[in-house]
Design a protein around this ligand. Sequence first.
Ligand code: G3P
Length: 217
Amino acid sequence: MRIFLDTANIEQIKQAAKLGVVSGVTTNPSLVSQAGATDYEATIKEICSIISGPISTEVVVEGVEAMVEQARQISTWAPNVVVKIPATAEGLEVTSILAKEKIKVNFTLCFSVNQALLGARAGAAYISPFVGRLDDIGQDGMQLVRDIVDVFQKYPEIRTEVIAASIRHPQHCVEAAKAGAHIATVPYPVLMQMIRHPLTDTGISRFLADWRSVSRR
Ligand code: G3P
């Protein structure tokens, strides 16, 4: 499973890039707003220049023609930009038009296997089931990831990659990997929690203390 960062915060992206484990970024309008970005296009272009992998950014207009037009525009911002299109009937139409033009689509706000299957058939490069938001309403969000992966594996002609999104904690990442998700997109704090373990910290302290006592002999 590859790791994407789910943020539009430039500092977090720069910090995470240094770790050498982040192969893409996903953003949405809420994340851009939280990052305090004022210039949407400049922010996305900067992210595209920091991380060379796929950078997903949301189309923020309604109606097929307007969405296609904005997606075409966004696709000129950088070679690695991916447009996020919502899992609706309009979104399917938009996705199939963009896929024919080789514009990569991340079919987002996906909450059912049927939405994922249709998105894949429309030619989406990625499908983003939102795990945490299903958990929030008392459903098992990770089961959706498992089900989508299972269905896609039954039809090898489907090349659409599954991005486990709306990840809230490290255990979500473990479960997404076990489910066979191609990618998990994680908030920066979750990424940092993934590498931490208290036994690693106490182990380092003990090794260093023992080493200091050896070197004093
Ligand atoms: O990748 C989708 C993500 O940004 C949504 O996460 O935490 O707002 O449900 P959340």
